[in-house]
Ligand binder design. Structure first.
Ligand code: ADP
Length: 550
């Protein structure tokens, strides 16, 4: 960490470290009676208050001390979004240990690798993941014990897991008189591994300071806009970049928290939205597809839901329009990365945009948006020269800020920075107003005749066709042009559309030479552990594809 010069006149303000424990303390003291509702793997709905959450987090903190978990040591979780997982968020980090959330959708070998790399000491898990945990246990060299997130009556019978403990018993046998320790705000608080689509996953290690600052920034009106009058349902899992920071941001405001547990299908989500009068939610586009399909098929409407944050991959404009105009739900398009805690940009209008025609406002909101305070960004060419903000020139997107990684955990990958900026691996344009638009991940751009074609733009157009459920565009080898776009499409159930019809749909919407050379229809697209399209898998699948030679 660099040392900065100090003014001889130091500010006459209290020096108080920004610690995660202060968030749950605040929620308890000022919003103690406000609710946290969780759909549990036991099948029922669990309800309690921020006060009870704080009390049980303190019990867990005492339990961790009894188990010998020390400052900086890693405690892992394999769990859905729920109140026990939230208690672990506060107890583990609050004691000075590091919460390592693991994605249960990863292969057991990869989880074994991650657990060893992180040197996890304990693993807390939802019992539905028992077979996975049992497969990981022989690989995980540092884990001393396993804690099943349940009561005694739901403990797995005959499990071979070494040192298996019952969460509710641990809590019952520890007092709630724990006092959160004070320590340096730059201490590590939690650890998330990137999904590792290329090579082994690398760890992004967050600090108390970075987490608290990110939470403060994310509740602002032009970011997630969360207030104490909201009910927030994070669909994005707590094992995917800390559910985009919502388990910290929501208690900060006192809003009601609604956890969906494993019920991420359209029907379960819709019921929870209505029953708990949810006002705000957040998730990747693929989960919204499921929810919107369910609502379309059953002609349903929301009675309380007013805003959703969509990110993780580009939100198709057709989905944005449907949510806005058909369901009266405002969509905030957000962009970020595991390495950025994750929030970098959000799309919102400023006063001067309000007089623009509606279509222009929509075009602006389809972009990934402007940097939120704390994040700075720029686009550069391959030589590192900064490119103009004209909304047309695209380049490599670099970012910096207090909640963006400086290096990966254990310095994996070495020095990753470029002159103090973090290279995101994304390709983007930035317009004169500072609104950024992702055109691609650099490894997904389609390079045709020395020019780049944006796969996201082609997918967005295809997704607006009424018969298209999902679309992905990849570059296929071409002897003359290097690569040409192939559109891979999943049709909506019961709908028919031909290649020719789909290709005609692109006419007038893009430069003619961007039009895909062909369309391949498939039953499903490969989706990764964080709900995103796996383009590397798709490229592999279509490696030998012969484009028509017209
Ligand atoms: P991974 O582990 O796959 O990197 P992240 O959640 O960290 O998971 O993914 C970050 C990447 O996701 C970004 O670099 C970008 O390519 C993509 N991404 C995130 N949000 C958006 C968005 N709104 N539009 C387009 N791409 C996005």
């Amino acid at each position: 960490m660099p040392e900065y010069p100090k003014s001889p006149l130091m500010g006459q303000m209290m020096s108080q470290p920004l610690l995660i424990s202060s968030i749950i303390q605040h929620a308890d003291r000022y919003f103690g009676a406000n609710e946290i509702v969780s759909r549990r793997i036991e099948g029922d709905l669990h309800r309690y208050t921020y006060s009870e959450c704080h009390q049980r987090s303190r019990r867990l903190a005492n339990a961790l001390a009894t188990l010998g978990v020390g400052m900086g040591e890693r405690v892992a979780t394999l769990a859905w979004n729920g109140y026990r997982h939230m208690e672990a968020y506060y107890a583990v980090s609050g004691t000075g240990a590091v919460l390592h959330t693991i994605n249960p959708r990863l292969h057991p070998d990869l989880i074994g690798y991650i657990a060893n790399h992180a040197e996890d000491q304990y693993l807390l898990f939802d019992t539905c993941f028992l077979p996975l945990v049992e497969a990981v246990a022989p690989l995980a060299k540092t884990i001393k014990g396993y804690i099943a997130l349940c009561a005694r009556e739901h403990m797995p019978p005959d499990s071979k897991l070494p040192n298996l403990l019952c969460y509710e018993e641990l809590l019952a046998s520890n007092a709630d008189d724990y006092r959160w320790p004070t320590f340096d705000e730059n201490s590590a608080s939690s650890l998330c591994y990137t999904s590792g689509t290329t090579g082994n996953p690398k760890g992004a290690l967050y600090s108390h300071r970075s987490t608290v600052l990110h939470s403060l920034a994310s509740v602002m009106p032009d970011t997630m806009n969360i207030s104490g009058r909201d009910a927030v349902l994070p669909i994005v899992p707590m094992f995917h970049v800390n559910a985009w920071g919502l388990p910290y941001a929501v208690p900060l405001t006192g809003a009601k928290m609604v956890f969906p547990g494993p019920g991420l299908d359209g029907k379960s989500l819709y019921e929870l939205f209505e029953q708990e009068q949810v006002t705000i939610s957040a998730g990747v586009p693929t989960v919204w597809l499921g929810l919107l399909n369910h609502m379309d098929q059953n002609q349903l409407r929301f009675s309380s839901f007013k805003r959703t944050i969509i990110g993780g991959s580009a939100c198709p404009p057709a989905m944005m329009k449907s949510l806005r105009h058909r369901y009266d739900v405002d969509v905030v398009h957000a962009w970020g990365m595991t390495e950025m805690s994750p929030l970098g940009t959000t799309g919102s209008l400023q006063t001067r945009h309000l007089s623009l025609p509606a279509e222009q406002q929509e075009l602006l909101l389809q972009k990934q948006g402007h940097a939120i305070y704390g994040v700075d960004m720029k686009i550069v060419d391959d030589d590192g020269q900064e490119l103009p903000w004209d909304g047309v020139t695209y380049g490599n997107l670099l970012v910096k800020g207090p909640w963006i990684v400086d290096s990966y955990f254990k310095n994996e990958g070495g020095d990753i920075m470029r002159d103090g900026w973090f290279p995101t691996g994304d390709v983007a344009t930035i317009d004169a107003d500072g609104y950024m638009q992702i055109t691609d991940r650099s490894k997904d751009v389609i390079k045709s005749g020395g020019e780049w074609i944006s796969s996201i733009e082609l997918e967005n157009i295809a997704m607006a066709h009424p018969a298209v459920q999902m679309a992905a565009c990849i570059g296929i080898f071409h002897p003359k042009w290097d690569e040409r776009p192939l559109l891979v499409v999943v049709r909506k159930p019961g709908m028919e559309v031909s290649s020719a019809e789909l290709l005609k749909f692109f006419e007038g919407k893009i430069a003619k030479w961007w039009t895909p050379d062909d369309v391949a229809f498939v039953d499903a697209l490969p989706i990764g552990a964080t709900g995103k399209l796996l383009k590397n898998k798709l490229r592999e699948q279509f490696k030998a594809y012969n484009l028509p030679t017209a």
